[in-house]
Each structure stands twice: as structure tokens, then as C-alpha cells.
Write a protein that binds this ligand. Sequence first.
Ligand SMILES: *Cc1c(COP(=O)(O)O)cnc(C)c1O
Length: 342
Amino acid sequence: MNEPLNIDWATLPFGYLKTDYNVRSYFKDGKWSDIEVSDSENINIHMAATSLHYGQEIFEGLKAFRGVDGKIRIFRLHENAQRMRESAMGLCMEPIPVELFEEMVVKVVKLNERFIPPYGTGASLYIRPFEIGTSASVGVRKASEYLFMVLVTPVGPYFKTGFGLTNICIFREYDRVAPKGTGRWKVGGNYAAALAAGERAHAMGYSAVLFLDPKEKKYLDECGPANFFAIKDGVYITPESESILPSITNKSFMQLAKDMGIKVEQRHITVEELAEVQEAAACGTAAVASPIGEVDDIDTGHKYVIATDGKPGPVTTALYKKLRAIQYGEEPDVHGWCTIVE
Ligand SMILES: *Cc1c(COP(=O)(O)O)cnc(C)c1O
């Protein structure tokens, strides 16, 4: 198990690479089990488990970083623990106690310490907690038993060729979630529902789909796996919607923007307002911020060119750099966002 690692951290993709251990806890007879440490990549569940048939699956995504001082930092652990409880309640699943979530994430990071990429490579350790309904049910009902587990995998820098622009599109014939549906929770099924639109967008050369609000199809919602924000006349604007996931990266940017004296507005943003913004980006744990060059509204044929000079804008760049500096311990963590793993 301790053969030396031969990983080229700088060229690591954003994908799965086997690590040493994962951690698991089972909910049964009204309580969560002691934490189990496993070196197996497989799980053994009943073929009639509710997760397989009725979609009882939720997840989280966060990262651990090796800092400039050599310390390991987990970014916004507590926020992720709380959001996972919201997701569980949304799907009638057993909410994971915050303390159990935090203990398991810290434990799995420590157990796989040798997979945390060195400082300066731009890589990090991606942490994927997830919960599934495991008890058998052919009738539609919630499970009585659940498995909560956490896997980790080192991931490369999202931007291999530097912080670059990508183009995204709007498809009016697809919705990823319903108006008062599961969009506000981190649910695997939301991703399945967005795959067809995403595949079509990729085939057309776009990096993502910008979904509209599913009720009126007038306002911007979010990009499949990331929130959306824009800079309009010096103001940070981001959609207010019941059908999007409250991104912790977006929440962090809103705070950093306020710290920089930038006004923040969380409100409806119409598609047409894209013509009036100077910068736009998708944001989430994976990319932090992915600046957008152009948004093409496929069904109307309208093209909104955002980055008119072909470069990421100054506000997006400043927010991106600031967040990364906090994650790598280069700048003080004044809001207490990082958990240092001792
Ligand atoms: C995970 C996710 C995001 C990004 O959230 P972060 O907490 O910033 O990683 C945005 N939208 C959806 C639908 C997501 O699942």
C-alpha cells in the first residue's frame, strides 16, 4: 500500500484516481454506525435499494489543499456538512449529523495524506461525500437504511492553459429541474436530467449550458454544475432562484466582493440583461470561477459577447485569485473558512 506515488500532479485530469482508503457509516435501526475504514473501491448493496430505483442519492463536493506553509486546509467543511443535511431532508433521506460528516471528511483526508498534491502544482484533493438509500423497496417509499461514505481523489488544475474564457449556450427546449423541484439540493438525478442538454452543447463546442428558470423561461438560473454571476457596472449580480443550488463558491465570492467594496445583488437576471454586463463566469468547487467569453441563445440565434477584448475581466480575475490565495494559505483566512488538518 505504500509503494511510492508516481503522479505527475501538473497534468492530472479532473477525474478519478484510486487512493488508499474511503470511509463509511451505515444508518440502521435509527442510528449511524461507527466509522468504517475501507480499502475497497466497491460497495455491496441490495439490488432493490431505493437509490437504484427511485433516485435516493445526494452528494457533496469540496477540496483539501496543501498550503504554502505545508499545512492541509479543507475549504468550507462546515457549510458543506450543513448543505448535505438540506439535501437529505429534500429527498426524505436520513440527515447526516454535522459532526459525523466533519469527522469522516477529516479522517479520510488524513488517511490519504500522500495523495494531497504538493503546493504550487495547482492540483488539490477532491472530496466526494455521498449518501444512498440502501434498503430494499419495490413500492415507492423512502428507505429505512442508508449508507454515507466519503471518497477522495487528487484532481489536477482545472485550467491547464491558464485561466481562460469559454463559451456557453442557452437551450430553451431543455430544463434540468422543475420550478419547485430538486434544483435547490445536490442530487445526482439533477445531473442525469441535464446530461442530454450538456452532451448537445459539448458537441456544438460549448463548455456548458446556461439553464433558464423553468417556470417563466425569462431569467438566468445556473450552468449545469455551477452557479452563474456577472459584473454589471461594477456590481456583482447573481440569480435569485428556487431552482438553483446555493453554491458555496458563489457565497464565498459574494463575501469577498463585499470585502473589496463591490456591491452585491442577488436577484432575477433576464436573458436580455446579458447585453449589459461586462464580465460573467460560472462558479463552483471544481473550477472556482470559469470566465465566460460569449453566451449564445441557440433558439433565438442571439449571441451575447461578454468578454469583448477576449480576456477574463478584472473583477472575476481578482475574486478568483483572492479565493485561491485563501485556499492555499497565502492570505489570511479572516472569515474562518478553512479547517486545518493537524
Ligand atoms: C455543486 C453544485 C454547484 C457548485 O456549488 P459549490 O458549493 O460552489 O461547489 C452549483 N450548481 C450545482 C447544480 C451543483 O450541484
